[in-house]
Design a protein around this ligand. Structure first.
Ligand SMILES: [Zn+2]
Length: 171
């Protein structure tokens, strides 16, 4: 758990470096072992997280683990396809302006079902309007001459990356 004083000393660059270091531990399989029951007790007095992460809902991307963080370290906003909307922007403003977080990070990922669904124009209930948020990233590649279906891993990767870039710009 961070204190307010510790949070105040952080800069966006130091937070980004801490998250990259945590991600290296995740990749190398050396995650920090945490006593969550103690952390929960420590957290009752308040929270001073370092960053807010916008992530996809994908079950294979457990955000705190991906950055080797524990309780009280991060705000996490999640929506399939990791795009922003008014509620997410409000959550980011709460994280940074009200709670003092130093960094907004948009986390995309490989083999994203939302990106694949948007590429294939999946139509199903509320998924249809949700996937429209990913359309601009697909339309960015109108000149692309390869196979524009979710079977093309290269295209899925390009759209996922472009979607993160577009989301950062929109934020
Ligand atoms: Zn996804």
């Amino acid at each position: 758990m961070l204190t307010k004083e510790e949070q105040d000393k952080l800069t966006p660059d130091t937070v980004l470096e801490l998250l990259k270091e945590g991600n290296r531990r995740f990749v190398s399989g050396t995650l920090t072992i945490r006593d969550h029951s103690q952390q929960i007790r420590d957290a009752t007095s308040g929270q001073y997280p370092k960053a807010i992460i916008l992530s996809c809902v994908d079950s294979r991307v457990p955000v705190e683990d991906v950055f080797d963080r524990g309780i009280g370290d991060l705000f996490v906003a999640r929506v399939a396809g990791n795009f922003e909307n008014t509620a997410i922007l409000g959550s980011m403003e709460f994280a940074c302006k009200v709670s003092g977080s130093k960094l907004v990070l948009v986390l995309g990922h490989e083999y994203c079902g939302a990106v694949k669904g948007a590429i294939d124009n999946v139509e199903l209930g509320n998924i249809t309007p949700m996937l429209k948020n990913i359309r601009p990233a697909i339309e960015h590649f109108t000149e692309y001459e390869g196979d524009k279906t979710s079977k093309n891993e290269e295209f899925v990767h390009m759209v996922a990356e472009q979607s993160v870039r577009g989301t950062i710009k929109d934020i």
